[in-house]
Design a protein around this ligand. Sequence first.
Ligand code: HEM
Length: 544
Amino acid sequence: MTTNIKTWGFALLAITILARLVLPLLRRPTRQLPPGPKPLPLIGNLLQLPKTLPWLQLHHWGKQYGPIMYLNMGGQPLIVLTSQQAAYDLLSKRGARYSDRPRFIMAGEMVCKGMHMLLRPYDEMYKLHQRMEAPLLNLRSASSYRPLQEVESRQLLFDVLGEWDMFGQEGVDFHHHFERATASTIYFLLYGYRLKTGYEKELLEAKNVQGAMTKTAQVGRYIVEFLPSLNYLPAFLAPWKREAEALYQLERQLHLGNLEKGLRNPGYNFSKAMQESPEAKEMSTEELAFDLGIIADAALDTSTVALGWFIVAWCSNGHLGWVKEAQRVLEEVVGRDRLPTFDDRPALAYIDAIVSEVLRWRPVAPGGVPHFTKTADSYMGYHIPANSIILPNHFTILRDTSIFGSDPDDFVPERWLSPSPTFPPSIDACGMNLSALRDLPQSYFGYGRRICTGRIIARNQLFIQVARLLWAFDVEPGVVDEVTGERHKVDDMACEEGFVTLPKPFKAVLRPRGQWVRDAILKSGDTHGLDLSGILPQTGADQS
Ligand code: HEM
């Protein structure tokens, strides 16, 4: 009996593979597709796109084939966009058509049972979640979370100074400190509790789940992604089903447990605000818990990675003068008696320019986040087939010389500064000086209706952390060559694989710039003893 089922299983597999490869060839489109690398028979460009750093290969192809490219990924049309204009025209201006996501059968449908906000299709349920999140993430609400971000960045400096006292020239694992600070901020905002060490059970579990999720979203890892009908096979012939179910249970427990804690903890947090929203009445508790859990995941890696690249830029390109300039401006605006605060932000446009440049120079998701169109379209005279994946290659787009200038590989914060700031300046609700900054595309947050919803919170957080780190420390690579005694150079392109691309780990020395730094940090002290239950708005977020 088992052998019979197996035989039928393999027959079904063979037929589906054949149909999948041959049918697209029979349906060869007559209209002109965008240019792209020459496909091989049957499999198209599937084997030409490397598994390691595919966005870099797409970057090189972009130079050859232009702003819109076509690849055939074993029958799946993939449209790659490599200019800001093309990405904006399609993903933002034609957002109604281009806001879907491709199917992520393992990660989205099986592991998250369709409840992953980033991977969801653009349907009514997605819009319900978006309506629930929007009032908590808008500019005015984000401005009210800044006191929390000030506390957590104070703690970051305190922790880093403590490590300097212990390890000195050996350097610190800055990634860990950034991760703790980011996680603690977002967990307090979402669930009302902080993380003191960065080794708390909740965070370790969240990282495990996230790591496993990243694997399940890898292109080519599971055959069921290409042949969804294989999911009709019984579980003993489909081992990925067991893997997905185990991961789903893990994630479910984590998110539900955090939601419960959030509802129990004192003071305002997103768990309470969302549960009280009219939208939450239309969804299950599990849907609500996953919404919060995915926001936590989306915030955690991205902001930590951006800070990591900031340290890479400091170690590898700091000599270009921008560190000196930032420290000069901080000296002028803030002085030496206290840490920079959000009140200083209108006069610290240079710091916001550094944040923009970090996100441009090494985008957190260099390969972009895939959008999807169910309907056929045309652009620049080219045919875009129905059911195409649309991938904006952030790495290339953020090097568009017509927008960012002729030196896009260099780290130059000045490119974000307005040559003629207007007076009186226009300052937004979070203190950002809009008049002093050029309104260049922030493509690193994505596009259109799927643009990153946490971008204002992220920018506020990066502003205060970057300002305070530059005010407090001088930074250099932590590893010294035993023979020459010189510090190792940091390879500014060395990165880990993944959808979010983080720098390869290394230690950096963060040396206090003077006694005044130590005095100011120790004066503000360890923040873990503080009662923060009143630090966030008590009456819920701004609804405007
Ligand atoms: C430097 C930090 C961050 C970067 C670079 C970043 C980048 C991105 C990008 C590229 C996308 C996909 C956009 C697209 O599909 O076109 C995205 C989506 C998203 N981000 Fe962020 N993000 C950051 C921080 C945050 C934070 C702090 C939060 C939450 C507080 C957040 C919440 C989300 C959510 C919920 C989505 C899914 C949106 C959707 O699919 O509709 N992100 N982010």
